[in-house]
Unconditional design. Structure first.
Length: 243
């Protein structure tokens, strides 16, 4: 090793490089680099605390902080989504969002406010358990099966309203319906009086994010779901094509 190299930093970077090729367990890291268990754990723990790595079940994967292939929703993609979101918001008259999966939460990555005085309010960085919102549910529905099982294993089904899914079996059946129809609806499951519709952003057969619109249930009522879902699917397809 060169006299200028920092051994611990190099080990951490080696792990990040390896995670570009897929998720790894603690044991995988130990075997790949011949680290002892304590060293491997401390490195992964530090990378997780710094936001470069996330842990779901026994597996570690890269976060979008460094634009990993496993979560390829980086800053460039974030801003690329703004024009389609702006058009969607103007077309529907509602606030539009982008959300990404982080552990068992969905995190708001982009927001374009709707024109109405009475509207849903959210900020970039807001996060909530993934089962509560249309954004989260549509991401779950389009995850690969093993990824979905990993998330559901760690997920705590907290109840926000009487409409929230708190039964795991019912949630799984609901996710099958969402995948078949291509969009998800939050029917006052996060907040009474608030509804949301979402569709997935898919890149190379992997869901990397979701887009949604939300608004008061008096305005964004069930009769509008089919029409608005078509607009959302067109918007998410547009973003996918831009990528």
């Amino acid at each position: 090793m060169s006299q200028y190299e920092v051994a611990t930093l190099k080990k951490g970077l080696l792990i990040l490089d390896a995670l570009q090729n897929g998720d790894m367990t603690l044991q995988n890291v130990i075997q790949t680099f011949s680290f002892n268990k304590s060293t491997a754990f401390r490195l992964l723990f530090t990378l997780e605390r710094m936001g470069y790595v996330k842990k779901i079940g026994h597996y570690y994967s890269l976060t979008n902080k460094i634009g990993a292939l496993s979560t390829p929703y980086d800053a460039k993609t974030n801003w690329l989504s703004v024009p389609p979101l702006h058009d969607l918001s103007r077309e529907t008259g509602e606030t539009a969002y982008v959300g990404i999966l982080y552990g068992t939460d969905v995190v708001t990555a982009q927001v374009v406010e709707g024109p109405h005085a009475i509207r849903a309010h959210s900020e970039v960085g807001d996060r909530a358990p993934v089962h509560l919102s249309a954004l989260g549910k549509v991401i779950l529905a389009f995850l690969q099966e093993h990824k979905l099982e990993e998330v559901l294993k760690e997920l705590t089904l907290v109840q926000k309203t009487k409409n929230t899914f708190v039964d795991l079996h019912l949630l799984k059946e609901h996710l099958k319906v969402i995948r078949n129809q291509g969009y998800a609806v939050d029917d006052e499951e996060t907040e009474i009086g608030l509804r949301c519709i979402a569709s997935p952003v898919v890149l190379e057969e992997n869901v990397i994010a979701a887009i949604a619109i939300s608004g008061p249930s008096t305005r964004l009522n069930k009769k509008m779901d089919k029409a608005f879902s078509k607009k959302l699917i067109r918007c998410s397809s547009r973003i996918s094509e831009m990528l």
